[in-house]
Design a binder for this molecule. Structure first.
Ligand code: PEP
Ligand code: MN
Length: 302
């Protein structure tokens, strides 16, 4: 039988993260692949890309003022500094339950009050350019959701605000495509970039409640290529609250630079994705253990 000979040259052009070649790094993603460590400073005591692991937590949507007050109080109790909640939200299917309306500018008004009353930083999603004006009045970090990862016009406009940006990886995107989208943000002159792994679609060998699987190896793989902070979202990845703690601890161990955790005072009543948020007791336990695990890696949950 004839032996196949693999040409050395075809392998030598590849970085360890396999689908990204040296040519890509030089010519397609030179900014995102810059060798300088990139820190994204939100305030003097919240820095992504440092020894800190900042936690971003809150419900899926800004459903009401009362909900956000309860969540904010819980964050304060656990010494967590960044609240999340979307007032604008894309959904997988076009139908919305009666419980769930996008709160839009009134949701942003709620976030504004919460921010002032509790001195928390705010993360919220930008779905369309036309909402940017209102969102930037209140938000501290702008999130580009998975479904908009390659919405290039949106990336450009959001980049132009110079706000810190969380770019979530689309659940079907290769790391090459993800980093290509990130380069679109950087090329517009905004260096405040945070990359987020949030689960990928794969053959569904898990139970049907698992829509996605957290691509844990994306964290070290991305770190081979980029020095921008990489955060992990175990809530959207697993879509299933009981798995969120394990995936959180695994993400910390894999070297993530921050986490997005969905939490709600009464998850069953959450207007969207009720299987996913942690309740307050579970959240407290998660933070406690995350603090212990982070110490092993000389890092600190904030
Ligand atoms: C979210 O953060 O609420 C969200 C919908 O995330 P993703 O875009 O990753 O699905
Ligand atoms: Mn969500």
């Amino acid at each position: 039988m004839e032996k196949k000979i693999i040409k050395k040259s075809s392998l030598s052009n590849k970085e360890p993260s396999k689908d990204i070649s040296k040519d890509d790094i030089k010519n397609k993603i030179p900014l995102v692949a810059s060798k300088n460590l990139k820190k994204v400073k939100i305030s003097k005591d919240i820095i992504f890309g440092s020894n800190q692991v900042p936690i971003i937590a809150g419900p899926n949507g800004v459903e009401s003022f009362e909900l956000m007050v309860k969540v904010a109080k819980q964050l304060k109790k656990n010494k967590i500094k960044i609240i999340r909640g979307h007032a604008y939200k894309p959904l997988t299917f076009p139908y919305r339950s009666k419980m769930y309306k996008e709160s839009k500018s009134s949701g942003m008004d709620i976030m504004d009050e919460i921010k002032k009353e509790f001195s928390l930083k705010v993360v919220t999603e930008v779905t369309e350019i036309r909402y940017l004006g209102r969102i930037t009045k209140t938000a501290d970090i702008l999130q580009i959701g998975s479904r908009n990862m390659q919405n290039l016009e949106l990336l450009k406009e959001v980049s132009n605000t110079k706000f810190p940006i969380i770019l979530k990886r689309h659940f079907g995107a290769s790391l090459r495509d993800f980093l290509g989208a990130a380069e679109h943000i950087l090329v517009n002159g905004n260096q405040n970039l945070i990359l987020c792994e949030r689960g990928v679609s794969m053959p569904h060998t898990h139970r049907s409640t698992s829509r996605f699987a957290l691509d844990i190896q994306a964290i070290p793989a991305l770190k081979e290529i980029t020095k921008f902070p990489i955060i992990s979202d175990p809530s959207h990845a697993s879509f299933w609250a009981p798995w969120v703690p394990s995936l959180t601890f695994a993400s910390i161990s894999a070297g993530c630079d921050g986490l997005i955790i969905e939490m709600h005072p009464n998850p069953k009543k959450s207007a969207v994705d009720p299987l996913q948020p942690l309740n307050f007791k579970q959240f407290k336990a998660l933070i406690k253990k995350s603090r212990q695990i982070s110490k092993v890696f000389n890092r600190k949950i904030v």
